[in-house]
Each structure stands twice: as C-alpha cells, then as structure tokens.
Design a protein around this ligand. Sequence first.
Ligand SMILES: [Zn+2]
Length: 123
Amino acid sequence: MNATELNTTELENLKESLLQQKSSILNKTHEFKEEQSSMSNVADEAEAASLDISNNISIHLHERDRVALFAIERALGKIADGTYGQCESCGEIIGARRLQARPFTALCIECMEEQESTSNLFQ
Ligand SMILES: [Zn+2]
C-alpha cells in the first residue's frame, strides 16, 4: 500500500474536529434530558401518545449518539497513545485521506473489505 501517514498538523486538525463532535453530542444529550423532564408534565392522553412516537425517535438518536461518542473516545484515546492511524487488524498504516474521510475507522481498506460482511459500522 502507498498510504500516506497523517502529518502532525492533519492529526491536530482531526483531533480538534473529534473534540468538537464530542462536545456537540454531549450538548445534544443535555438538551435531550431537559426535553425528557419537560415532557413528563403532559397530561393530555392524545398528546402523550404522540409523544411516545417522538420519544422513540429521540431514544434512537440517543443510541446513535452513544455509539458515536464511544467511537470518538476510542479515536481520541488512540491519538493520545500514538496508535491512531494503525490498522487494528494487520498493523499497517491507514492512509491520511481515508482517515480524514472516516476518522473513526480502525481498519485499513484491505481488512475492512474482509470484515465488511460482519460489521460496517464506522468503517
Ligand atoms: Zn489492515
């Protein structure tokens, strides 16, 4: 593979963007909790039924955010210990362009293609 490793500036930019994504998710989670507590005041039955639906959507988003947060934390941890940009499966360098397009990826393209059938989350 002719993968180009991330340079220091690119890595810093990526870390910055991960931190921004993290704080935006945490802010959203905070809003979500506030929304939940205000919802508990609704007495009307019809309204409560429609809230059920929007609650489900919120919970779904919340779950997605939780997964995203986990991926962000994992990427930040790797940046901290200097293993970011290495394929978790074969140890090869993951190309800078691939990392910038998919900052949460843990696998190089070859390993990703091998594992694509079992998991395509954040790859
Ligand atoms: Zn690999």
